[in-house]
Design a protein around this ligand. Structure first.
Ligand SMILES: [Zn+2]
Length: 100
């Protein structure tokens, strides 16, 4: 999470790890982002058992969604997401994928 502070998130991030992570209960995925409106926190769930490099990139991917949420933007992998992914990939050695 060394450079993700550059996203200047206002709300805290809670990261948990889970086996067999599924999006919408059926699609296998490596990371999930959710806004917890009760606790006003960003919750990121990462699939357990991934390498530390993979985990770093999965978390970075979800942080970009957290930023989109704080900006009131739709959670997507469009141009804004691509801009942030390339910013971290090109400047800080991440390898953030647009698909997760
Ligand atoms: Zn995503």
């Amino acid at each position: 999470m060394d450079k993700l502070h550059l996203l200047r998130l206002r709300f805290p991030v809670v990261i948990t790890y889970k086996h067999n992570l599924k999006w919408k209960g059926k699609h296998a995925c490596s990371g999930l982002y959710e806004w917890d409106k009760h606790n006003r926190t960003h919750t990121i769930t990462v699939e357990m058992g991934r390498s530390s490099v993979d985990t770093r990139n999965i978390i970075a991917h979800e942080y970009i969604h957290a930023w989109q949420c704080e900006q009131g933007l739709k959670l997507s992998h469009g141009l804004v997401f691509k801009w942030w992914a390339e910013f971290f990939n090109n400047n800080y050695g991440y390898s953030i994928s647009r698909i997760q």
